[in-house]
Design a protein around this ligand. Structure first.
Ligand code: BGC
Length: 374
């Protein structure tokens, strides 16, 4: 059943309506801007749901709980609107801990082996929540906290979220001040900037965990989507999904997405399905195209640009139908897939991987853009 109690309880507050519409002569363009609604309560704090809208009918809803993208509505090639991400329309769906649906991930995206790492002479022990490993920040990562929201810029549809992760949280050293800004542009890009500073050296690897399904209906799998990745190498993993440390060439393997391939084409020869970090070819930290995902039925295309050196392609292998949407429809295996821009998993224990240790006085800054067209 649809749970809309949280929505009905509050009055929608229109904060601003601003972005200039080029076709002001017609009234057909949706109101561009940002609005907020109450979305319930977590940890005794009120949670809000912000809606970012642009003039082309793209609408992204983001919760202050976990910075979660709950829905991302776009037209398809026939103009039919639907959400391209898996999500719930009530907070209770998220409080039941779905596997990171739509969430901001931190302090460290993906796994740290045995929940341990060393910085200098100090060994740190993290909360382990994935067998013996620590995954996506531990038991209560940034996906399960209430972020503070601001709408800083009145000329763009931007939502700024901030969170202070305290020294020792989930075992991580240092007070880490994190700021994430989501901006929906008139060009149908969702830009995400991640900034952070710390007062003690700490690992950091922030990312976004939306599960995409470009058909707009999770009755369909993503096996018929075509994926291209700008990656000649990937990081093979052991049985607990920790990278072995090797960078392996994708050429001649089912991991070769340097030209577009259907996801279902070779997935059966990847034990467990795709859940791997790809090493992006661009190494200079500039914003570059990392991935292109297309669905020929809806005509939708998703392009991913990032300053990060890696991208985790996860084909929704562990979804098994046990979690259901608000109408009771199950999220079955491969009905969503993630393209998580990131540094490599377990980097704090792999000196040859790009550095993930942020020191006091340094500024963490990464940018990722998801551009949708149809
Ligand atoms: C990981 C998967 C994990 C999933 C959780 C992905 O980022 O790579 O191994 O199961 O997140 O939903």
């Amino acid at each position: 059943m649809k749970t809309i109690a949280g929505f009905l309880s509050g009055i929608t507050v229109l904060i601003t309506t601003f972005m200039s519409c080029t076709n002001t002569s017609t009234n057909t363009a949706p109101a561009a801007g940002i609005s907020k609604q109450p979305f319930g309560e977590a940890d005794g704090k009120p949670v809000d749901l912000y809606t970012l809208t642009n003039k082309n009918g793209v609408q992204v809803k983001i919760s202050t709980y976990g910075g979660v993208i709950t829905s991302w509505i776009t037209p398809d090639k026939n103009g039919k609107q639907s959400s391209i991400v898996l999500g719930f329309d009530s907070l209770s769906g998220y409080l039941a801990k779905p596997p990171y649906f739509g969430a901001l991930i931190g302090r460290y995206g993906n796994r740290i082996a045995n929940g341990k790492f060393k910085i200098g002479d100090s060994t740190y022990t993290l909360a382990t929540n994935n067998g013996k490993n620590s995954l996506h920040g531990g038991n209560k990562g940034f996906d399960k906290v209430v972020w503070t929201a601001a709408t800083p810029n009145d000329s763009v549809a931007s939502l700024a979220l901030s969170y202070l992760s305290k020294d020792g949280e989930e075992g991580y050293p240092g007070n880490l001040q994190v700021n994430v800004v989501y901006t929906l542009t008139p060009d149908n890009e969702l830009e995400i900037t991640y900034d952070a500073t710390t007062d003690k050296a700490t690992p950091i690897n922030l990312t976004q965990h939306s599960y995409f399904n470009l058909t707009g209906d999770h009755a369909n799998t993503i096996l018929g989507h075509k994926l291209q990745l700008d990656a000649d190498y990937y990081t093979p993993v052991d049985t607990s999904l920790i990278p072995t440390g090797e960078l392996k060439a994708v050429k001649g393997t089912p991991f070769d997405f340097t030209s577009p391939h259907l996801i279902g084409e070779r997935i059966d020869s990847v034990p467990g399905g795709y859940d791997h970090n790809f090493v992006l070819n661009s190494k200079d930290g500039s914003l570059h195209q990392a991935a292109t995902l297309t669905d020929s039925v809806s005509g939708r295309k998703l392009e991913v640009f990032t300053t990060e050196p890696g991208i985790q392609f996860y084909s929704g292998n562990f979804l098994n139908g046990s979690i259901k949407d608000n109408s009771g429809k199950p999220f079955n295996q491969h009905t969503g897939m993630c393209l998580e821009t990131q540094h490599f998993p377990n980097s704090p224990n792999e000196p040859k991987f790009p550095n993930t240790i942020l020191k006091p006085g340094e500024k963490y800054h990464t940018v990722t853009k998801y551009k949708i067209s149809w």
